[in-house]
Ligand binder design. Sequence first.
Ligand SMILES: C[S@@+](CC[C@H](N)C(=O)[O-])C[C@H]1O[C@@H](n2cnc3c(N)ncnc32)[C@H](O)[C@@H]1O
Length: 285
Amino acid sequence: METIRRSLTLRLRSRRAKELDSIAFNKFKVLIPELAEYNRAGTFKRLRSRAFLNGFHNLDGYYNSLLTDENELSYLRKNLTYIGSHFFRGSVWQRLGEICRDKFATSGEETIRVWSAACSNGKEVYSILATLLDFLPAEKLDILATDYNDFALGQCLEGCYSMRTMDEIPKKYWRYIKTFKAPEPRKVDFSYRYQFRFCDDLRRLIHGRTLNLLSDEYPTGFDLILCRNVIKFFTPDKRIETQHKLAQSLKPDGLLVLSEEEIVANPELMGLMRIDDTCIYRKRV
Ligand SMILES: C[S@@+](CC[C@H](N)C(=O)[O-])C[C@H]1O[C@@H](n2cnc3c(N)ncnc32)[C@H](O)[C@@H]1O
């Protein structure tokens, strides 16, 4: 009997906590209006984990702290999604390399313009760069890297990573990197004591700038756009709108690469054709 009563009380308490979180969530949307453009489940998770990290067990307490903590508020504004990334993330790379080789290796274009939208710390940028350098000379490449998070973008342009992540990079590309001892290692582990950096010849090909995919104007004229693992955080309407705008940023016959789980529901409406059953799309000529 006692166990049943305890379990019932716990259930009621957790339901009440959820209701309170839900009320607090609406207040967050007034404080940070752009939250309304992200999907609710993901945003909830993000807010809860941020609240927890700041020592709050409910969203209301965290919300109240934001009213006086400008640093945390501006951090949250730039971190409404998970920002993690990996080198050669996903299963698309081999096929993408083949498609790009067929399309660009013999193309008469003077410059191949590539845009990594929501590039995070740049691991995707160096992955596509190394892939294209397999068959294109560096002088032909012009890479734009954008993210709304300026800290992540800074890491991308710096091109410095922990040794821990080096194994994600195929060995044939290790020729582009140099290892060195970290000036102030955060952890004692070997893989943190050493870092690596992409060589200047690669880094100078990358131009970076902050760009919010939900509110800023998009640059145009790209042969290849990668926009992966970000649209899934948006609301369904914003997902479609973003895919539409990305399609408009491509040159005719240009390629759009999404993540495996972010496929375009109705590509024809956007002037796109899906290549095989991949997450790569070609814009109609
Ligand atoms: C999970 S990471 C994906 C990084 C990389 N594209 C990949 O697939 O590994 C999501 C990135 O989207 C960025 N982001 C979130 N909302 C954004 C927005 N509205 N505009 C631009 N970037 C955004 C985040 O800062 C983060 O760097």
